[in-house]
Ligand binder design. Structure first.
Ligand code: ADP
Ligand code: ADP
Length: 225
């Protein structure tokens, strides 16, 4: 059965008059890499928010490997779906703590390797206390691009079945983005990948592209189409 299955999913945000997703249906096979694209405000992030159970659909169903996500608890869902989005949550604690929340059993060696693969080796070498440096207000400052890389480092510490990247690279320059995408493809070789992006360079990684417009799926095809 499909890794991801949206069946006639409609979503209206609390208090809103108009549905932001209108009977959206698509499937993603295990190991497939799908890119979701479309204009700003089309509903791309809302698809991710429905998939990660931040908002329940008005009707329709969302299944992962045949199982309705309504039956998943948040923890199970988070274990199976690894998500990098624009809003990365940072604790006002050490870099080590901010990485260990992804996998508490990880060794320092594994943390360093994840930081390397996310391109944060330079950031780390400039920190006064390495992994023990405090982040946030009273510690080291961290830029938007570095936050996104930190989210990627967290992703690299886990083994999700499904990887969701919601404009995950928006703060990265094109060359860095290409490098990070290669790291993702290498690290999650067999995983199902759903990537939301505007960028043609990122679209090329998809086996297929879904075009969303005004809350509906307007097109489905390969990148070349
Ligand atoms: P995209 O990712 O394609 O830019 P979004 O899914 O973020 O589009 O947003 C689609 C529409 O839903 C937009 O009009 C946006 O303002 C609205 N929207 C997004 N999040 C919320 C929310 N939490 N509550 C109400 N409306 C929202
Ligand atoms: P994104 O491009 O990631 O969807 P937005 O700038 O649209 O980011 O949204 C930022 C935050 O505001 C998100 O938490 C989103 O859910 C919320 N939001 C967006 N549009 C609306 C809206 N029309 N009403 C209420 N909340 C919204």
């Amino acid at each position: 059965c499909p890794a991801i299955e949206f069946e006639q999913v409609s979503l209206t945000y609390p208090g809103a008059q108009i549905a932001v997703l209108k009977e959206v249906s698509f499937t993603v096979s295990p190991g497939q890499r799908i890119v979701i694209t479309g204009p700003s405000g089309a509903g791309k992030s809302s698809i991710v928010k429905a998939l990660t159970k931040q908002y329940p659909p008005d009707h329709g169903s969302i299944r992962l490997f045949g199982q309705d996500i309504a039956t998943f608890d948040v923890r199970t869902l988070n274990e199976r779906v690894g998500c990098v989005s624009q809003d990365v949550f940072l604790f006002k604690d050490t870099l080590r703590f901010n990485l260990l929340i992804a996998r508490p059993s990880a060794s320092d060696q594994e943390l360093l390797s994840a930081l390397d693969r996310a391109g944060l080796d330079d950031f780390l070498s400039n920190l006064p206390h390495g992994l023990d440096t405090l982040l946030g207000d009273r510690g080291a400052t961290i830029s938007g691009g570095q936050r996104q890389r930190l989210a990627l480092a967290r992703l690299f510490l886990r083994v999700p079945d499904i990887v969701v990247i919601d404009e995950g690279m928006s703060s990265l320059d094109v060359v860095t983005e290409r490098w990070v995408i290669d790291q993702i493809l290498e690290s999650f070789a067999g995983a199902t990948i759903l990537m939301v992006t505007h960028r043609p360079s990122a679209m090329a990684i998809g086996d297929a592209v879904i075009v969303v417009h005004d809350g509906r799926i307007e097109g489905y095809g390969t990148y070349d189409d």
